[in-house]
Design a protein around this ligand. Sequence first.
Ligand SMILES: Cc1ncc(COP(=O)(O)O)c(C=O)c1O
Length: 426
Amino acid sequence: MNSNQDLHNKRQQVIAQGMGALYPLYVKKAENAIVWDIEDNQYIDFAAGIAVNNTGHSHPRITEAVKAQLDQFSHTCAMVTPYSSFVELAEKLTQLAPGDSEKKAVFLTTGAEAVENAIKIARAHTKRSGVIAFKGGFHGRTNMTMGLTGKVAPYKAGFGPFPNEIYHAPYPNAYHGISIDDSLNAIDDLFSCDIEPNRVAAIIFEPVQGEGGFYQAPPEFAQRVRELCDQHGIVLIADEIQTGFARTGKLFATEYLGIEPDLMTMAKGIAGGFPISAVVGKANVMDAALPGGLGGTYAGSPLGCVAGLEVLKIIEEEQLCRKALDIGEIVSAKLDTIRTKVDSIGDVRTLGAMIAIEFSDPMSGKPLPELTKTVISKAQEAGLILLSCGMKGNVIRLLPPLTIETEVLNEGLNKLESILLDCINS
Ligand SMILES: Cc1ncc(COP(=O)(O)O)c(C=O)c1O
């Protein structure tokens, strides 16, 4: 039998280093919030495949639906000979997306593809080229989405040139002293210095910046950006790829903001681990692209569609929005206690089960990325899977499955406490 280390050594030889590896552990099995590696070590999973397994690993209903689909067929290409689940999932998502406007959907395969297609649709609709995104934002690893991403290392470093006509504004961030006005004034500056508003096709934002460090967009900011878009005929795109599907305590985080975006991108939690993504938006905008201009060979795969339909039923029947809020409360209470003992926790941010711990030096306020790395590496020994994020790499993000049992959540939090105490005492 291979050990984790054997496989890891082999991996280093055959997988390009650009595809990072946070943990040298190789998974044998995963069930709800527990992952077992090939050496039978057991881990509590606070990463959920980066906010994908909101419904837990191997949810029996998703497994059953996908197996039943496999017994029928696995692929025909939805653009050639479609199937009912493709239409049913679109019907459900267009009903559930926030706002009263009539909506349509298109399916793709990955998050980055959803963002690429949202930009294509916005450009076709407006017949304009410019796009405004935000510093610290993350939208994917394709050329357009790298361009939109507002973090250089490791996502953009060495990979240019990026598509032109992309501009970045600061994202409001109370903890780091960036006000809503700072952010909107910077957009105004872009309109004066870089691109006139009637050449801007879209403004794209994350309701909570994910990779950037789990900073939440204040409702007033979203509403003022909405007004700006209405004033200038700009398409507003909410990238809900990390925030969607009950993660924040609402089906979509945009619901906290009191706006209806023109387009939304969805992926990750949409289908419990089956690769499918979507753009859902106002029908008149969505219909701007010519037939054949959107899609892809695997776009809207039948396995993804049946899994997606099951995910939506599970979210409703198992009340996963409620559970996300409960998780947020339990974790916040525990982190309040931990903070009294660990003064390098500069900030804790919680929106449902999207939780960030930001480490900074208590005296100077400087970010502590090394501490974050140590916490991540100690987590494996302690039987916990954690993720980092943040522009300065000094944030731990907690994204447990929303189906996690309370005892398992508490056990994971106790592990986290021991790791943090160990880090500051060593
Ligand atoms: C907000 C956001 N947009 C886009 C993406 C890209 O998705 P994918 O990795 O599936 O291409 C991600 C992935 O982390 C994300 O968090």
